[in-house]
Every structure is written in C-alpha cells, then in structure tokens.
Design a protein around this ligand. Structure first.
Ligand SMILES: Cc1cc2nc3c(=O)[nH]c(=O)nc-3n(C[C@H](O)[C@H](O)[C@H](O)COP(=O)(O)OP(=O)(O)OC[C@H]3O[C@@H](n4cnc5c(N)ncnc54)[C@H](O)[C@@H]3O)c2cc1C
Length: 429
C-alpha cells in the first residue's frame, strides 16, 4: 500500500515512478535461507542476486519499497567517491583491496545503466555523462590529478578546459571541469521499483510495512522480530542505511546522518533548458558549499541543499535553492518551485563504504556517501557475495566489526558545523 503523506510522495519522482511490484503479508514463523532488512537499492540488489543463486529470500521493508534514500535522492549517477581520490583509497586500504574497491566503484554507473537496459526498467535513464565543474584554477588542478589517477585505472574520464566546460553550462564560476562519460541521471524511485520487480521475478518474497525490531541469535539461526511475530533465517543482511528504526540502529551508530533537501522547479521552456544544459548532463561543482543541478525528463530543474538548522527548513529550503539556481545559472527569473522534499544520507567518517560483520552469517553494508545509486548497486552485489559464503576478507569493500562512532549524539551535530564552515570558506565567492 502507498501512503501519500510520506516524504517519498512529495518527490518529483513519485507520479512518474510507474507500477509497483507485488508484495505479500509476512508468514509468521517462516524460515528463509537469507532475510534482507531494507527495501532500497542495496537490499533489493542483494536479494535479487541471492535468489538467482537458488536461495529462499525474504525482504522486509519498514515502510514502502524505495521510501528511503533510494527513492528520494537526486538521481545523479556518479561512478566515483564523493571525497576520496584513488591514490588515497590505495594508501588507506593497501594495494590489493584498494584496487579492487576502485574497480568496483568505477564500474558502478555502467552496471546501473546496463541493468536498466537489459531488464527494460523504465526510469528515464540518460547516460549522458557527469560533469564536475572546477570553480577556480586550484580546484581544476585537483581535478586533473583525480582524472589522471582514474585514467591510469582505465576509466575514460577527461578534463575539459574552461571553453569546453562553458559550452556545457552557464555556471557563474567555471574554470574547467572533470567529465565522466559513464555517469548520467535517472528517476531514482522508478529505478528502485524496477529493482524490486526484478527481485520479485527472481523469487524474492517482498514485504512492506514490515519493520524489523530485533535480530537475535536462536540456536543455529537468526530470529527477526516484528513486535507481533517473527521469521527465521540462516543468514541476515542489514541494508538499512541511515535509518535508526529497530534493528537498523546497529548500522546507524556507525555513520553521521545528513539531512539533504531536494527541490524541483516547474518545467523550463525548451530553449532555456538547452541554454543552461546543452548536453543534458548532470553537474556538481567543487566549492565547499557545492552546487548541483540537473534536468528531469520534462526539463524541470532539480537541485539540492542542506540547512544549518532543521527547524522550519521545509518552508525555507525550496525557495533558497531556487534563488541560488537563478543566480548561479543566470536565469532571468527565480524559477517557480513545484516540489520540495528531503532524505537522510549516511556519511562514514572515512567517506568509504563498509561491510560490517554483525554476527555469524549476519552482515550489514553502508556508506555510499552521496554516491549511492552507482555504489549502492555494487554494494548490494557485495552483500550478496557475503551472504552466500564468500569470506569477508575476500570482498572488495572494507570489512570490520561494527563500531559505533564515539559520542554519536554529538557527531550528529557535525553536518551543521560543516555547513557553517563551508559557508565561511566560500565567503568571498
Ligand atoms: C536527499 C538525498 C539525495 C541524494 N542524492 C544522490 C544522488 O543524486 N546520487 C547518488 O548516487 N546518491 C544520492 N544520495 C545517496 C543515495 O540515495 C543512497 O546512498 C542510497 O540510496 C542508499 O541506498 P540503501 O539501499 O543503502 O538505503 P535506503 O534507500 O535508505 O534503504 C534503506 C531502507 O531500509 C528500511 N528500513 C530501515 N530500518 C528498517 C527496519 N528496522 N526494518 C525494515 N526496514 C527498515 C528503510 O525504510 C529504507 O527503505 C542521496 C541521498 C539523499 C538522502
């Protein structure tokens, strides 16, 4: 069942997300080979891969499929890290694991678009490339280093000089850009529901409104408690991202949750859309107060932002983002706001994804740090490997016991401080 008062129903994606897959009621006491907790990109991908290996898989989603970050995000498909450069990843994880993680991350966007093509997922996907604009010469040097590192790994990325970059954007601050042709954009809710359809077709039992309160070891198996009943599973995958509901707290304590607002304008006139994004590729920039924009299929402008304080942010953020769009892109008027919504992203302290061992046969995965469409698709595959018996040490994503961030309650204030710091850093721009 869908509720129209949830955050996902406020998104621009909601009306064009297409049909929903069949879900079923929980069969109390049922036993599965693997139980998946969380119905976003990570959980659905893991579930589908496990079912295709012949396992009995049950997926349990607290709200509706795609109602978490997977269905409310901006839809930018970006095959790299938000903060980490390839050399830093290898320095941190060592040559072997570092390189395997880089290969996984670099392949993410192509995997997303191939999955969409091969399975006829209707989600307005456009693999038109992703552009990271340098706001000054120093940032362009930093992007050059990044591009060289990815090129050495065989990725087809390139640097645009100022003229080439300005031919693709009307952004005020533009000294050049990093361009990754594998990136692009899509309707993230439609993509997630498409993954749910594929999981269902593979034989996964999909359950909505199934909030897993507890996961406890009982003899050789795990028991998932729902408050008024339970199911059992030999193995469990926790794919609950930044949620703090029930069993999700095990992962929640390992990340800093970040509230991110998104906004969609009314459709722009075709000529105006072609002027500000002639290649239609989604764009971000390098400023501390980074700026992003893309078009949707109807030429609505979509952009995001983070409030310093959450109070009354809903009322403020849409117009604040629209004003910024007008000034950054040189629009004649501030565009009219049609949709405003928010979601919670999960940031890890090292900005890398992690797989956590939560018990024998019980794993969790998290930490796509705002690059979640491509990276979470890959994380789902890795979680499936972990749940089907691959030794955790052999996975391409770093594994460790799940440790809570010290003083987690205080750490949750870090984003507000980071936004203030970013505004201070960019104060002269
Ligand atoms: C506003 C916003 C914009 C973003 N923009 C982009 C972007 O443009 N591009 C990009 O690549 N990434 C973006 N991201 C990041 C990306 O959306 C996420 O990294 C990714 O969707 C995470 O997927 P997931 O499956 O791990 O988690 P989710 O999609 O959050 O799924 C977790 C699910 O678990 C369920 N759940 C939680 N607790 C329980 C429980 N106890 N029992 C049962 N179910 C439970 C939740 O209801 C939820 O549906 C953005 C994130 C946000 C919030």
């Amino acid at each position: 069942m869908r509720t129209d008062d949830s955050e996902v129903a406020k998104t621009v994606w909601w009306k064009s997300a297409g049909s929903r897959p069949q879900t079923a009621s929980i069969e109390a006491g049922r036993r599965y080979d693997v139980a998946i907790v969380g119905g976003g990109i990570a959980g659905l991908t893991a579930a589908r891969h496990l079912a295709r290996l012949g396992m009995q898989v049950g997926l349990f989603e607290a709200d509706t499929l795609g109602s978490g970050a997977s269905g409310v995000n901006g839809g930018y498909v970006v095959p790299n890290f938000a903060k980490a450069d390839p050399d830093a990843v290898v320095a941190r994880l060592g040559e072997d694991r570092g390189r395997r993680l880089l290969a996984l991350v670099g392949a993410g966007a192509d995997r997303v678009f191939a999955t969409i093509r091969d399975n006829a997922i209707e989600c307005d996907a456009e693999q038109v490339g992703w552009m990271h604009v340098a706001h000054d010469a120093r940032s362009l040097d930093m992007l050059r280093v990044r591009a060289t590192a990815w090129q050495k790994l065989g990725r087809p990325v390139r640097i645009f000089d100022e003229g080439e970059a300005r031919a693709r954007t009307t952004m005020r601050y533009c000294a050049g850009a990093y361009f990754d042709p594998a990136g692009g954009m899509l309707n993230p809710l439609a993509y997630t529901l498409g993954l749910a359809r594929l999981a269902g077709e593979a034989g996964v039992h999909l359950h909505e409104r199934a909030r897993v309160a507890t996961v406890v070891r009982t003899g050789p198996r795990w028991r998932l408690g729902f408050g008024d009943g339970h199911v059992e599973a030999d193995r469990v995958v926790l794919a609950t991202n930044a949620s703090s509901i029930g069993a999700a707290r095990r992962l929640f304590r390992t990340v800093v949750p970040l509230r991110v607002y998104q906004m969609a304008t009314r459709p722009l006139a075709p000529a105006e859309a072609a002027r500000i994004a002639p290649g239609r590729n989604p764009i971000a920039d390098t400023r501390a107060t980074f700026f992003t924009y893309r078009l949707d299929r109807d030429n609505r402008l979509i952009s995001g932002g983070m409030p310093i304080l959450p109070f009354r942010a809903h009322a403020r953020m849409g117009h604040a983002i629209a004003r910024r769009l007008a000034s950054e892109l040189g629009l004649a008027d501030v565009p009219e706001v049609e949709h405003v919504w928010f979601g919670t992203a999960a940031m890890t302290t090292d900005f890398l994804p992690h797989v956590y061992e939560l018990g024998p046969g019980f794993v969790g995965g998290i930490g796509c740090n705002g690059r979640g469409i491509a990276l979470t698709t890959m994380l789902g595959e890795v979680l499936a490997q972990a749940a089907s018996g691959t030794a955790l040490a052999d996975l391409p994503i770093p594994t460790a016991p799940a440790r809570a961030i010290p003083f987690h309650l205080l750490a949750r204030a870090a984003p507000s401080l980071a936004i203030m710091h970013a505004k201070w850093t960019d104060r002269h721009l």
